[in-house]
Write a protein that binds this ligand. Structure first.
Ligand code: CNA
Length: 278
């Protein structure tokens, strides 16, 4: 957006302008949208970062193309690459980042309307964001079932298979079992489809750690009303963030970005304490 375009809601398109808005109490229905970039500092690689991302490091799995590892058609033919990768990213061994704790802090303050996450690592829950505030747009590792008859499969059993890098099979029909993360070619969870309009009723939208390349998630920030402030904390500019009259861009690491925002709001000490106790 042209710098001369006036803001409509914030006093300025800066961190201070945003902090002032938050401190004034005008933002009390915050929608947060996140992706793999909020978990990279926890040790979980994202997909698309050029050298460290999963897609840049999948050669060892001999895939026809990187996304195949999460493609339902490919999985049916060859589930091994997915299970090999699953052992590396399975929840349980990672600690939430301060960015996850920041979302929890917003909720503790009664300001969080909804968190939309593309992540499947369950770290938001581990940070203490309540279940009913989280929309896991791409599912998660929290449950698993047969891709054929849909029968649920026990958690302990899939954990043993993942640790042993073997392929679990349905006890009912011998079909392939898969964690309920959404693969390319699969339907998104009903909870996501039902809440796609929630951003319209938000008074602040915070987008963090996502390349905004996967639809329909990528269109969520566009579902806010014009003049609703939107904050992007990401290493690069993404989507149409930065084209709204009240968009603020913090093009940097999520953890340092949320610390700056918390500091500007006078919440930094509280945030560090919350994170330390997680
Ligand atoms: P992506 O396409 O890999 O994009 C990540 C974005 O975050 C990029 O724009 C990066 O520049 C940015 N980024 C990376 N690290 C940081 C950082 N420390 N601070 C700020 N920005 C950073 O990932 P998306 O989430 O956009 O893609 C959607 C996929 C990724 C979803 O379907 C997820 O399920 C999937 N995924 C999830 C996880 C996880 O659960 N942790 C890990 C890997 C992939």
């Amino acid at each position: 957006i042209d710098e001369s375009t006036p803001t409509q809601t914030l006093s300025s398109r800066t961190l201070d302008g945003l902090a002032e808005y938050l401190k004034s109490g005008k933002a009390s229905r915050i929608v947060v949208m996140t992706g793999a970039g909020i978990s990279t500092s926890a040790g979980i690689p994202d997909f698309r970062s050029p050298e460290t991302g999963l897609y840049a490091n999948l050669a060892r799995l001999n895939l026809p193309y990187a996304e195949a590892v999460f493609d339902i058609g490919y999985f049916k033919e060859n589930p091994e690459p997915f299970y090999s990768l699953a052992s590396e990213i399975y929840p349980g061994k990672f600690r939430p980042t301060i960015t996850h704790s920041f979302i929890r802090l917003l909720n503790d303050k009664g300001l969080l309307l909804k968190l939309f996450t593309q992540n499947i690592d369950c770290l938001e829950r581990e940070a203490g964001v309540p279940d009913d505030k989280i929309i896991e747009a791409h599912g998660s590792f929290a449950r698993q079932s047969c891709i054929e008859c849909k029968a649920a499969y026990p958690e302990d059993d899939i954990k043993s298979h993942i640790a042993a890098k073997t392929i679990p099979r349905c006890y009912e029909c011998q079909g392939l079992v898969k964690p309920e993360i959404v693969f390319f070619g699969e339907q998104l969870p009903a909870a996501f489809l039902e809440s796609r309009m929630v951003p319209m009723s938000s008074d602040l939208c915070i987008v963090m750690g996502t390349s905004l390349t996967v639809q329909p998630f990528a269109s969520l920030p566009g579902a806010t009303l014009p003049y609703t402030p939107r904050l992007l904390i990401n290493k690069e500019r993404v989507g149409n963030l930065g084209t709204g009259t009240d968009d603020v861009l913090l093009l940097e690491d999520c953890d340092s970005g949320v610390r700056k925002l918390a500091e500007a709001c006078g919440w930094l000490e509280e945030l560090e304490k919350l994170w330390a106790e997680t």
